[in-house]
Design a protein around this ligand. Structure first.
Ligand SMILES: Nc1ncnc2c1ncn2[C@@H]1O[C@H](COP(=O)(O)OP(=O)(O)OP(=O)(O)O)[C@@H](O)[C@H]1O
Ligand code: SF4
Ligand SMILES: [Mg+2]
Length: 384
């Protein structure tokens, strides 16, 4: 895909190409992600939407190489600023995660360790990459410092003595910079310093989610993927946490993928939206296009399903993905639910068609040769 993004930069930081992920089951492979391609630009927020089971989380895990058996990556390429993630060794991947690519997983706030204080969970993330700062044993370090501090030896150069003294002091003082760094993180995500010593169960849901965001951005990664980061929260807190996510993103200059169901919420925070259906990206476009001019029949259903208090609309989405994910239909993945499907849709899989600048859709209706059919279909929508 070649479009520039709404965030202004045209530098691609993440390039996902032809990624396919399966889960092996005794009845055959579940095709969770089916040959998807997209780009993420520097400083951009991309929304990834689609109904439950369409492959959003699997895509996120795939990008970070965290797909667990029986899941496996069949093929594809994932490049972060020119580095092919699929070629990294385990050790390289370990360093890559959190520092270049970071995931705030679905349900993250419930997976915070209940027996560890907040500070220690964040310190674990930092220390696992930057080495132990010996944070907990400040008293120990003080003892070592006092033991090591000595008078200058006779004939010892002053330079050597002061150098050693400063080195010992810096080991002792590593306590403060780490603490200050965590306080800075707290400030960025809107948490009070008093939670430093608290346990997760002492925090509200919104606070726990902010701790997860703090952990996700602690090492200033290039790309952060937030999988349903707000969906377990009440509506007001959802919006506040989503806003926090975007503010932190702007402050530290990361690129963000936000996975979610709430089209209303996403409309307010993302630059572009990629719509997924049954493992495929069926439409990708700047957010304003998706809402004002949704093109793919599935995107139209999604937009139509956004509740409105001004106008009572009949619910058009009545069921989820209808086919067996081990045995998808031939041709277009959406054809079993599509009100406009015709013979051709069963014969050939639609490719991504660029319909206007920055707007791509995978539907035969946008193939020039079917223009008349498209006009009729759209006229039918207008009259419905
Ligand atoms: N361990 C597994 N074994 C078999 N199939 C799996 C496994 N994990 C996920 N799947 C299947 O892979 C598909 C994609 O799942 P995934 O969790 O990525 O969807 P999702 O879009 O994140 O859904 P949700 O919105 O509910 O979080 C689904 O059909 C799911 O049933
Ligand atoms: S290709 Fe055919 S079945 Fe698929 S969305 Fe377009 S019209 Fe519907
Ligand atoms: Mg999910």
């Amino acid at each position: 895909m070649s479009e520039q993004n709404n965030s202004g930069s045209d530098r691609v930081v993440l390039n996902v190409d032809n990624l396919r992920i399966h889960y092996a089951t005794p009845q055959g492979d579940v095709i969770a992600v089916s040959d998807i391609s997209f780009e993420l630009y520097e400083g951009e927020t991309l929304g990834l939407v689609g109904e439950s089971g369409c492959g959003k989380s699997t895509t996120a895990y795939g990008i970070l190489q965290l797909v667990q058996p029986p899941g496996y990556i069949v093929h594809g390429s994932i490049e972060v600023e020119g580095t092919e993630v699929l070629d990294l060794t385990e050790e390289e991947l370990r360093k890559f995660r959190w520092t270049r690519l970071s995931l705030i997983p679905q349900g993250a706030m419930n997976s915070l360790n209940p027996t560890m204080r907040v500070k220690n969970q964040i310190i674990d993330v930092i220390e696992s990459h930057e080495g132990k700062a010996n944070y907990e044993s400040f008293k120990e370090r003080l003892k070592v410092f006092l033991r090591k501090v000595r008078r200058p030896r006779r004939k010892e150069s002053l330079r050597k003595y002061v150098g050693e003294w400063l080195r010992n002091l810096s080991v002792l003082l590593r306590y403060e910079p780490l603490k200050e760094r965590i306080y800075d993180l707290f400030q960025q995500v809107g948490l009070p310093n008093r939670i430093f010593n608290m346990y997760p169960h002492e925090l509200s849901g919104g606070m726990k989610q902010r701790v997860c965001i703090a952990m996700g951005v602690a090492l200033h990664p290039t790309v952060v993927i937030a999988d349903e980061a707000t969906s377990a929260l009440d509506v007001v807190v959802q919006r506040i946490v989503a806003q926090t996510l975007v503010e932190v993103k702007d402050e530290i200059g990361v690129s963000l993928i936000v996975i979610g169901h709430d089209m209303g919420l996403l409309a307010q925070i993302v630059d572009r939206i990629a719509v997924m259906y049954a493992g495929k990206i069926v439409e990708i476009a700047p957010v304003e296009n998706v809402y004002a001019n949704p093109l793919h029949p599935y995107t139209q259903l999604l937009i139509d399903s956004i509740p409105s208090i001004k106008e009572r609309k009949p619910l058009k989405i009545t069921e989820g993905i209808t086919h067996d994910p081990r045995n998808p239909p031939s041709g277009c993945i959406f054809r079993l639910r599509c009100p406009f499907a015709w013979d051709h849709c069963a014969l050939e899989e639609p490719s991504q068609i660029t319909v206007e600048e920055k707007h791509e859709v995978a539907c035969h209706l946008f193939d020039e040769q079917f223009e008349e059919r498209r006009s009729n279909a759209f006229a039918a929508i207008a009259n419905s």
